[in-house]
Design a protein around this ligand. Structure first.
Ligand code: PCA
Length: 324
């Protein structure tokens, strides 16, 4: 009798433990940028909000700075189920489908207002494309406007001939080709090291990445070209999402929508601060010269033509929706 009771209680106890374990879901979330980067801070807040709103049922562990997967491996990791959720930069995948490069086209959308319109115009196509890959976009947030960083002064595109140029996407490589520079793809997490070893001497990115990577140690010139605002996106595996109960899904979506609003706001608010920090740390900060501006515009015109050609009717529809 005693033994049977013991067995019964043991079974019940085991049942309860199993239940409470299965009620908590743990997700790994690789991201590509430094822990102190504004995107990462926003994502860390998002994970904390999800924890709270789901009453601890969904725990998301953020692995920043490419520590779990390198920035350019994260999409495949989420698609393949090695991670349930992760952060990508859309433009990094423009070789897979040029629609991913919509917000990397130079001078298509150059302010936060325009970037917001472009984000809305491109969203249906990107959501559909990613859904076919078993991925769902939870939110996306732009980087500040992109300018040119260089070790040497740049007065026109001719000054970039032969210069080793760091790229983070197919389109930032394409710019290098069009101005006769030598493109080298390097993720943000490795930018400081690439500069220190002299692997690259010029690149386009935001003041945010210039600040995060303390580029002023090697690079002395920043030309605030405000050429485009590329977006990062947080993707979740649809399968992992579907496995959550409804209240947890709702908590996740609510936290995601708040993270998008918060991220856009902090990106825009910090833009000025980042550029100021470049100057404070000894960099020459200026607008591009008229000659450089004209050269960059030519590059932009070529690239929008190329983007339209490769995206066809879908690209045209996005452009029409954007210009409406
Ligand atoms: N920073 C990222 C992408 C765009 C940006 O501003 C980078 O340089 O990799």
């Amino acid at each position: 009798m005693n033994t049977r009771l013991c067995t019964l209680f043991a079974a019940l106890g085991f049942g309860f433990t199993a239940l409470s374990v299965s009620a908590q879901t743990k997700w790994d979330m690789p991201t590509g940028y430094a822990a102190a980067n504004f995107h990462t801070e926003n994502i860390t807040q998002f994970a904390a909000d999800v924890d709270k709103a789901s009453a601890g049922k969904l725990k998301i562990t953020v692995h920043a700075g490419g520590s779990l997967f390198k920035a350019n491996e994260i999409k495949r990791a989420v698609q393949g189920g090695q991670a349930q959720i992760g952060e990508i930069i859309f433009g990094g995948y423009a070789n897979e489908n040029p629609l991913f490069g919509t917000d990397n086209v130079p001078f298509l959308a150059t302010s936060y207002g325009e970037a917001k319109k472009l984000a809305a115009a491109q969203k249906p196509a990107l959501d559909a494309l990613l859904a076919k890959q078993g991925l769902k976009v939870l939110f996306s947030v732009p980087w500040p406007p992109q300018g040119i960083f260089s070790a040497k002064p740049i007065n026109s595109a001719a000054d970039l001939k032969g210069v080793k140029w760091r790229a983070y996407s197919p389109q930032t490589s394409r710019i290098a080709e069009l101005v006769g520079a030598q493109p080298v793809t390097i993720q943000a997490a490795e930018l400081s090291q690439a500069l220190a070893t002299g692997a690259v001497a010029a690149f386009m990115t935001s003041g945010a990445t210039g600040y995060d990577s303390k580029v002023w140690e090697q690079v002395k010139y920043f030309y605030d070209a405000q050429a485009w605002l590329p977006k990062n996106a947080v993707l979740v595996s649809q399968k992992a999402f579907d496995a959550l109960d409804k209240p947890t899904q709702d908590a996740l979506l609510k936290a995601a929508s708040e993270a998008e609003t918060r991220g856009w706001k902090s990106s825009e608010e910090k833009t000025k601060f980042y550029v100021e920090q470049l100057a404070k740390n000894g960099m020459n900060v200026a607008a591009p010269s008229a000659a450089l501006k004209a050269d960059l515009k030519k590059v932009g015109d070529t690239m929008i033509g190329e983007w339209l050609k490769t995206t066809g009717a879908e690209g045209q529809a996005i452009l029409d929706a954007y210009k409406k």
